[in-house]
Design a protein around this ligand. Structure first.
Ligand SMILES: Cc1ncc(COP(=O)(O)O)c(C=O)c1O
Length: 375
């Protein structure tokens, strides 16, 4: 039996979790602006910081003026469910699911809202046939399936002349890919993913057709206050100017501002995308060199560049648990076991806040863990 050698170099920041994700490089709690804390979020300083956060998000996303962007409660789930509960029911619904989070929106549509949606599914690692989508329906999907590492390759499959609305859960896609905003009526995300911000708040993006739906359609079911986007038949515009529905965490807002200013210093979206692309390419190289490691996502065109999911030859749940546990104990990699509902495997976040050198340093540690457990 050959000796298992321990690698010499550890990733400097062994944070590879797919959410909450690594903080931006150079982040430190002492660098967060605190002047807005302990003050009313409706005071001038609070409103100014919320608006600044919104402005930075718009700039970093290259979001056109046609689309509104606001901060809402409940992280990405809150934002997406707010959109579902306020806009669905006006026309038939199609939900696409190829991993756990898309499946969660199917459950919401079918079991909670009782909308009897058309469900188009694919197994973990695959993308469903997107040409089957009927765009006279409202269509719900996850731009990047965080638990399988499969994303839609682009927006070409979304009809330009759609009658229904497109609802994109884009939480692990924004700031990593070019999103065709003209094809997106609703998008949601949370700061805890590609920005390395905090959970708690969601971000809701609405195109003009979504606003039209909100102003002209009243759902049959009651809406809790935190979901209410319309007042007296008109969109509550204040939500998109930093007048949040209820009290936000200004600490989370300031932390997001830190991340967005970092993003700006990289050159914005292009800078973020370049980092994510480089990380995914470095991980690809590691995989290509090892016959026991492979991508869960079959097709490179729809393979995630953020939440990269890997299969380990012969590994079951117990093996993966031990594998991830060994690396955590060594301080070499945190949180790289796949999602609990996904096939047993590894999931390594390659979003912009991760440094490529740390992905590169991970390779020998994966070998070490594999050899240690196989020995
Ligand atoms: C695609 C997707 N949707 C929704 C969620 C839930 O996000 P949150 O916990 O921010 O509500 C996640 C979290 O990982 C996700 O990856």
């Amino acid at each position: 039996m050959s000796e298992v050698t321990t690698p010499q170099v550890r990733p400097t920041r062994p944070y590879f979790s797919s959410g909450p994700c690594a903080k931006p490089p150079g982040w430190d709690a002492s660098k967060i602006a605190v002047e807005s804390l302990g003050r009313s979020h409706r005071a001038k300083i609070g409103k100014t910081r919320l608006q600044y956060c919104i402005d930075l998000m718009r700039e970093m996303l290259q979001l056109p003026d046609t689309h509104r962007i606001g901060i809402v409660p409940g992280s990405d789930t809150g934002a997406f469910e707010m959109a579902m509960w306020t806009m669905l029911g006006a026309r038939p619904v199609t939900t696409l699911a190829w991993e756990s989070f898309g499946e969660g929106w199917v459950t919401d549509a079918a079991k909670q809202l009782k909308l009897d949606p058309t469900v188009i599914r694919a197994d973990y690692g695959q993308l469903p046939d997107l040409t089957k989508v009927d765009w006279s329906n409202d269509v719900l999907f996850t731009w990047n399936g965080t638990t399988s590492g499969v994303r839609v390759p682009n927006g070409d499959w979304i009809a330009a002349d759609r009658e229904g609305l497109s609802f994109a859960d884009a939480t692990s896609a924004v700031f990593a890919y070019d999103l065709p905003w003209d094809k997106i009526d609703v998008a949601t995300f949370s700061w805890q993913k590609v920005l390395g911000g905090e959970g708690g708040h969601g971000v809701l993006i609405l195109g003009p057709r979504a606003v039209e739906r909100l102003e002209n359609y009243t759902p049959a079911w009651p809406l809790p206050k935190v979901f209410r986007l319309v007042s007296k038949g008109a969109l509550a515009e204040g939500v998109f100017k930093g007048e949040t529905i209820n009290t936000p965490s200004m600490l989370a807002v300031e932390d997001a501002i830190f991340a967005l200013e970092w993003a700006k210093s990289l050159g914005g979206l292009d800078g973020l995308k370049a980092r994510s692309d480089a990380n995914a390419a470095a991980l690809d190289e590691i995989i290509a060199e090892r016959d026991w490691l492979s991508h869960l996502a079959a097709d490179p065109a729809s393979r995630s560049k953020t939440s990269v999911c890997l299969s380990v030859a012969g590994a079951d749940e117990g093996f993966i648990k031990k594998f991830a546990g060994l690396l955590e104990k060594e301080g070499a990699a945190y949180d790289i076991a796949g999602y609990r509902d996904a096939p047993p495997g590894l999931r390594i976040w390659c979003g912009a806040t991760v440094d490529t050198a740390d992905i590169e340093a991970l390779g020998p540690w994966l070998d070490w863990a594999y050899a240690s457990l196989s020995a």
